[in-house]
Write a protein that binds this ligand. Structure first.
Ligand SMILES: Nc1nc2c(ncn2[C@@H]2O[C@H](COP(=O)(O)OP(=O)(O)OP(=O)(O)O)[C@@H](O)[C@H]2O)c(=O)[nH]1
Ligand SMILES: [Mg+2]
Length: 370
């Protein structure tokens, strides 16, 4: 049977569990996950190869496109994050609208004409403290009211099948609690499928994959077999460092932080010299952590460098696991005033732009050598 192949874009509010879902579906960590909203800043591809199951479905390659959580932009960075969402919605075969079932659907009354929110919403479960901490970022605080409406408006404009994916079902006791939520969303849009899942626990994922294969068009692979993301190791390394910053710092600091890899050099395992131990493969990484204020820099460094050390240790451990080799990690903290409002800085931060300029540097180096 011919291969099915297509793009599945993931859409939802911040913290809905989109990145957790992509990682679980792909079976690899392609996107960082934290308890803080607005963790993901770029769209990231995660690739899943599905084997054919006789009598059930053919083989497929599904490219999931993780996106930043939809929220009201408060600065240029937020605007770009929204652009990433729009970009992901342009070329896709299916869209997954991911909803955190532990949160109540919030829609301004004026927008809801045909359902009675109070009656339709039924019992709601309070947000689990671990998954939905109070928003720590100003823009997150301001945006909560309209995010669902905004996403529904985006969904309505799409001309492809949209699945409603109800995530975090492990966090609710009674599955019946989902029914009013399903009724509420179904009254607002005709979803092609409704699939309850636990991205964290794995429930429902097999069913979701089997359903997605049904909707994938026949076609060639978009990625070679074995490649599970479009994001080079160098940039995933920057994300892993940012994940540790998000986990270890509070208030504005995680949101005002950006990580740029300045050096990423791999030393392959070489033959042992007589009488000496065989040198292990090693990656040397130097990364700059940018923040916006000297006060934030002081927090990132910590007393006597304690915070930076903690970030470094946590990042190095994970990088060693991820790269499968020893890692030497150097971190620097730099201040770039109001970088979240600077288009020039944001251009330089974009990993696709960085990749392009790295390619150019490499090319001119080779020409110089010739
Ligand atoms: N209980 C439970 N928690 C989950 C599940 N999926 C995700 N989470 C948690 O929800 C939080 C947010 O997860 P992410 O995957 O980062 O959410 P996101 O939608 O990518 O968030 P942004 O990148 O900020 O838009 C994390 O603490 C996850 O561990 C789930 O199925 N069950
Ligand atoms: Mg995310």
């Amino acid at each position: 049977m011919p291969l099915r192949s297509g793009f599945v874009s993931i859409l939802g509010r911040p913290n809905a569990g989109k990145s957790t879902l992509v990682n679980a579906l792909v079976g690899e960590k392609v996107a960082i996950v934290t308890r803080k909203p607005q963790t993901t800043r770029n769209r990231i591809h995660g690739v899943l190869e599905v084997d054919a199951v006789k009598g059930k479905h053919p083989a497929a390659q599904i490219v999931f496109v993780d996106t930043p959580g939809v929220h009201k932009p408060a600065n240029q960075l937020d605007k770009r994050m929204l652009q990433e969402v729009y970009g992901a919605l342009e070329s896709r075969d299916v869209v997954l609208h991911v909803v955190d079932v532990t949160r109540r659907l919030r829609l301004p009354a004026t927008k809801v004409t045909d359902i009675d929110l109070d009656k339709a919403s039924g019992p709601t479960v309070e947000p689990a403290a671990e998954t939905t901490p109070p928003p720590q970022h100003k823009s997150a605080e301001h945006s909560l009211e309209n995010e669902d409406t905004f996403i529904l408006e985006l969904v309505k404009k799409l001309d492809c099948p949209v699945f409603l994916v109800l995530n975090k079902i492990d966090a609710i006791d009674e599955k019946e609690a989902l029914l009013p939520l399903i009724a509420q969303f179904s009254a607002l849009h005709k979803y092609a499928e409704v699939v309850p899942v636990s991205a964290r626990g794995g429930d429902g994922l097999e069913r979701l994959i089997a359903k997605l294969v049904e909707y994938m068009p026949e076609g060639q692979r978009h990625f070679r077999k074995g490649q599970f993301t479009d994001q080079p190791e160098r940039f995933l390394a920057a994300e892993i460092i940012r994940e540790k910053i998000l986990n270890l710092t509070g208030e504005e600091v995680p949101y005002a932080s950006a990580v740029v890899i300045e050096r990423f050099e791999e030393r392959k395992a070489t033959k042992a010299q007589p009488g000496k131990p065989k040198p292990k493969p090693l990656t040397r990484i130097a990364a700059a952590i940018f923040c916006e204020r000297s006060g934030q820099k002081a927090i990132l460094i910590g007393r006597g460098g304690a915070m930076l050390k903690q970030i470094g240790i946590a990042a190095r451990k994970e990088l060693e696991h991820f790269l499968g080799m020893q890692v030497h990690l150097e971190l620097f903290v730099k201040v770039a005033d109001d970088w979240r409002g600077s288009d020039v800085f944001l251009d330089s931060l974009d990993w696709r732009n960085q990749l392009e300029s790295l390619g150019k540097d490499q090319q001119s180096k080779t020409e110089d050598e010739d």
